[in-house]
Every structure is written in structure tokens, then in C-alpha cells.
Write a protein that binds this ligand. Structure first.
Ligand code: MN
Length: 252
């Protein structure tokens, strides 16, 4: 019998939660709404510290969604960052960095589909050995304004999509208008990944595997498609195609 694919969604950590003002999880409903609209059943990942638990969560699910959030600890991708650059790093979620790194490793070990959004796009790159641009305004002179927090549901810049890429196949487009709420970006791309979309200032806006046969689905985007699905159905298709790949895993 066909069952709805279970998608593990990695949430943010909140230092002061609503009930007891202690460390809690926080996740925009837009992510889980988009998964459900795409045909999947979301399961939110709890705070899990051990590799064994992360591996078991990985085994129980049919795919993983890495969501947005705070900055990634700089020592995970640059051990000798100059102090003036390190000062540009924003709020951190160190525990989350640890289990998301483990989760990416398990996704590759177990051959599960993965979709990364914003911080998730950056996390995928860091977990696989790549680096980040710590602060776009500091390190990329003349860059577009990529941090438009007051327009998070709007298409504020365009990205050019590589022909033949998974992103091009899913969207059927060579350019996409996207939202942009980030001050960091992917720097050196991890060896197993390749860039498949950039904005006009060269910022990396999407990545996929070089060898697409390695996982059933692997896509990461710097923008927030879950916030644009009402504006253009092309963004819902990203979730639908991800969930379809997860459904195939479930049948195997
Ligand atoms: Mn952007």
C-alpha cells in the first residue's frame, strides 16, 4: 500500500521558548505547509545529540529538509578566520550545527533525498567540506542587497538557472525571481556539489550533486521557495518533486 512519504524537517533552536523560556525548537509553519502541499508528511527533528539517534531518525524517514536559521559556527569551515571577519558572524546555533552535520553524513550513507533551504543550503556545503562567504556586504563589493527581511514574501532579485540542471528540469525556467533574506552565502563549493544557479552578482543561489546518481534527490537553494508558493506554482513544484523522490525511496 502506498504511504505518504515522511519528511524529516530540521528546525531552529530558540534560546527562550514560549513555555518556560528555556532552549526550545522553532520552525516557521511555511516549511511544513509546503511539504504537506507537496504531498509529504512532515516530521520535526528534535534536539538529538548522538550519532546513533540521528542515524535512526534518518532510517525512519524517507527524506530530509534542512531549513533556514542562524549562522553556522565559522570554525566548522575556517579555522583561521581573521577577527574582523569573525565579528560579522551573526547569532549561532552550535548544537544544531552538530546534529545537522551528522544528518547530512547519514543522508549520504543511507542514500536518502535531501533538500536544503537558505541556511540548509549553506549547511549542506559546510557539512560536505565547503566554505561560506561570512558577510556578503563585507566580502562581495557591489553585491545586490540579499538581506531584504521586510520583503521575505516577494521576488526581490533574479537568479539564472543552468540549462540541464535538476533545478531547470523541475522549474522549466532559465531565470527565477526569488526572495532573499541572507547575509552569508556559499563560498568554496564542496567537491561533490556543483553550482546550478547564481544571481547577477555571482552569489551562489542553488547547488546540486556533480554525480546525480549518488542520491535520489539533492538540491539546495539560497532563497525561500516555501514563502513563494502562493506567488508562483513553480516553487511548489520544488517540494512536489522532492516528495516524489522520497516516495520512490519508500517503495524500495
Ligand atoms: Mn539572494
Amino acid at each position: 500500500m502506498k504511504r505518504t512519504p515522511l519528511i524529516l524537517v530540521s528546525p531552529c533552536l530558540e534560546r527562550k521558548g514560549a513555555e518556560f523560556a528555556d532552549v526550545s525548537i522553532s520552525l516557521s509553519n511555511r516549511y511544513t505547509d509546503a511539504i504537506m502541499a507537496g504531498g509529504g508528511l512532515p516530521q520535526i527533528l528534535p534536539s538529538v545529540g548522538s550519532r546513533e539517534l540521528v542515524a535512526e531518525m534518518g532510517r525512519r524517514c524517507d527524506g530530509v529538509l534542512l531549513t533556514g536559521g542562524d549562522d553556522i559556527q565559522p570554525h566548522l569551515y575556517d579555522k583561521d578566520m581573521p577577527a574582523e571577519l569573525a565579528a560579522k558572524v551573526g547569532q549561532l546555533e552550535p548544537e544544531r550545527d552538530v546534529w545537522e552535520t551528522l544528518l547530512v553524513e547519514e543522508v549520504f550513507a543511507q542514500g536518502k533525498p535531501i533538500f536544503g533551504i537558505c541556511r540548509g543550503h549553506q549547511m549542506l556545503n559546510v557539512a560536505l567540506g565547503g566554505t561560506l562567504v561570512v558577510d556578503i556586504p563585507t566580502q562581495v563589493p557591489g553585491a545586490l542587497n540579499h538581506r531584504q527581511m521586510d520583503r521575505k514574501m516577494e521576488q526581490v532579485h533574479e537568479v539564472t538557472v543552468d540549462r540541464g540542471s535538476l533545478l531547470a528540469k523541475i522549474t522549466g525556467k532559465q531565470t527565477l525571481g526569488v526572495n532573499s533574506t541572507h547575509h552569508q552565502a556559499v563560498g568554496r563549493v564542496a567537491d561533490v556539489l556543483q553550482v546550478t544557479a547564481r544571481s547577477s552578482d555571482g552569489i551562489i543561489e542553488a547547488m546540486e550533486l556533480k554525480d546525480e546518481t549518488r542520491l535520489p534527490f539533492c538540491l539546495s537553494v539560497q532563497f525561500h521557495p516555501e514563502r513563494l508558493i502562493d506567488l508562483d506554482p513553480v516553487f511548489l513544484r520544488l517540494f512536489q518533486c522532492f516528495v516524489e523522490a522520497c516516495a520512490k525511496v519508500r517503495q524500495i
